[in-house]
Design a protein around this ligand. Structure first.
Ligand SMILES: [Zn+2]
Length: 119
């Protein structure tokens, strides 16, 4: 079952739980099906890759060594950070007269960027 979230790729989020608690980063990808998101520079894990193995990922094309990659975090551990008030906030969904849904900051009312732009 897909998880409902207001967080989209490109958003700034605050990590609320776990070892990276308190850090902020930009969402690189959202996986609604698994209810997770990867956040740039957050929850980075080092993976050792072996030379010559065909693990089926891009890393195997490299000559081996250590690669660093963000691990997905549960969306429930992430909170949207408003670009205007720079504070962790909730998002409201508002419907315009045209029937379009827009995300707005529940704190200051600033419209959030939409997924169509640069995502
Ligand atoms: Zn705001």
């Amino acid at each position: 079952m897909a998880v409902k979230t207001n967080i989209i790729k490109g958003d700034t989020v605050l990590v609320r739980r776990g070892k990276e608690k308190g850090k902020r980063g930009t969402v690189k990808a959202v996986n609604a099906l698994s209810g997770t998101a990867t956040v740039e520079g957050i929850n980075v894990v080092k993976r050792h890759t072996k030379q010559g193995t065909k693990a089926g990922n891009m890393a195997s094309a490299q000559t081996g060594g250590i690669i660093e990659k963000e691990s997905p975090l549960p969306l429930s551990a992430l909170q949207y950070v408003c670009e205007k008030c720079k504070a962790p906030t909730r998002l409201r969904r508002t419907r315009t007269a045209d029937g379009d849904l827009h995300r707005v900051c529940a704190r200051c009312g600033e419209p959030a960027r939409e997924s169509a732009k640069g995502a």
